[in-house]
Design a protein around this ligand. Sequence first.
Ligand code: IPD
Ligand code: CA
Length: 266
Amino acid sequence: MPNMPHELLRVAVEVVRAAADLVRDLREQGVSGVATKSTSTDVVTAADKSTERYVRDVLRERRPGDTVLGEESGESTGTGRVRWILDPIDGTVNYLYGLPQYAVSLAAELDGQVVAGVVRNAANGEEWTAVRGAGAYRAGRRLHGSAATELGQTLVATGFGYAAQRRAHQAQVVARLLPLVRDIRRLGSAALDLCFAAEGRVDAFFEKGLNLWDHAAGGLIATEAGLLVTGLAGAPPGPELLLAAPRGIHGALHDVLVAFDAAGGP
Ligand code: IPD
Ligand code: CA
């Protein structure tokens, strides 16, 4: 079915818009059900769980047979060619504090390849979409990333894991990188970081330790905006490291991240 990726995007956008409205409404009622996950700083709220439940219910009804992988409740068993990858709230710490930088992220895989993705900032309604081979868009405008070519002029977004030892290593990498670039941004949502890089609001983004739901949709959006989305030293993007950068800066940033062992440490 040639239009399958576009049809999957249509479903994804519809579901994510309703889910983002739910996230916003729940935030207005006050944050509840706060618990911790992997460490004492890794939080989950009632809104993460109920938003995931909502998206799963709608997808089950709209597309029975599809598999769903979600951050809060793992993977369901499907029978078809499609797997949905969901982060109900990416940027949960921002959500907790009321910083307007948290998003619903939903990607659709067809036969194991991400072909459609949408990320919507639930706090302000900004929405990024992409279909593989058909470009990345926000508000009807096609995205092309930044034209950066000099490391010293590059605004680099990054993020940190929740475990103290990993953070200590990530802090060392940032300490060495900071004198070489324009500046560093830590905005608190990897999905939005990738969309910002796709749009050129930052020049590039990298992070160690991301999960698939953090980057499946945003990674496609960055790729479709023309960025290279890779790991280090020929590795694919993944938990070891994800680097998203325009062609003009990818090589230089990649090489310093290798030199600083950004994919290393705990
Ligand atoms: C986190 C955010 C954050 C990144 C962390 C992620 P969550 O996702 O994307 O920016 O630095 O690695 O775990 O916990 O808010 O869904
Ligand atoms: Ca999350």
